[in-house]
Design a protein around this ligand. Sequence first.
Ligand SMILES: Nc1ncnc2c1ncn2[C@@H]1O[C@H](COP(=O)(O)OP(=O)(O)OP(=O)(O)O)[C@@H](O)[C@H]1O
Ligand SMILES: [Mg+2]
Length: 276
Amino acid sequence: MNPWEPQEFAHRAAKPARPRTREAIALEPVLRAQGVTKRYGSVTALDHVDFEISAGEVVGLLGDNGAGKSTLVKVLCGAVMPDSGRVEVRGRPLRLGSPEDARRAGIETVYQDLALAEHLDVTANVFLGRERVRPGLAGRLGLLEWPSMRADTARGLRSLGIDIPLTGVPVGRMSGGQRQAVAVARAVLWGSSVLLMDEPTAALGVAETELVIGLIGRLKAQGLPIVIITHDLPDALRICDRLVILRHGRVAAAARTADTNIDQVVGWMTGSRATA
Ligand SMILES: Nc1ncnc2c1ncn2[C@@H]1O[C@H](COP(=O)(O)OP(=O)(O)OP(=O)(O)O)[C@@H](O)[C@H]1O
Ligand SMILES: [Mg+2]
């Protein structure tokens, strides 16, 4: 498949076993975790956590430091093996603790440190580990198809509304917002079904934060489910459809953003407000 056309994202390409209405498909969770528990020695990082997200939803994962947010994201993308629980993508169980299986199922993660190759340019980063080699020369001269990779990167970035020059500048010299955009583009252009973002705007200035929030909005409009960890409550209330608040490894509350406010969320995060 051509991964560069947004309409061919994996979350849209999934074939239903029997006819269902558009509404039913839209409401069906793309990703669902049930009873996820993870202990580190005497610390219970996650305690029977249930979590789900449907197409076109942006869900904020909130909680104070050490609440278990990053651990949950790592379980969902296979980086951490939970002690118990299950994770499904469109009803199909994921092999827990397997980043390869999560990736095959279309779960892509953007970590705060981004994992970009700083010395390489945008195209090389987007194609990192998936480089196109000229037919017939694979593994011998290492001649890569740069013109086609560059053209497809440009087309992919355009489809996401990302305006970054592809002039061979190493991403290490780009701004935080531009680097975040490259990391997101790399995650979604390969056909992801769910995007997990751990603190995508924590290190960014105001304008750069807006750039990333705009990108999240465009991906949401294309139907991509997005999980965002953030400590910025005003931003969470602005961009998320739902909020899930973790406290001491448990789901303290879950609410539609339209039905809640900052005071209530702070109360759930600190424990001063009873669990909802
Ligand atoms: N690899 C690990 N080894 C031991 N303990 C860990 C490990 N990873 C996380 N923990 C512990 O599990 C708990 C949850 O950590 P986690 O990183 O998930 O929190 P978080 O909600 O992401 O916090 P923050 O907002 O500070 O990033 C914490 O008590 C943390 O110290
Ligand atoms: Mg964290």
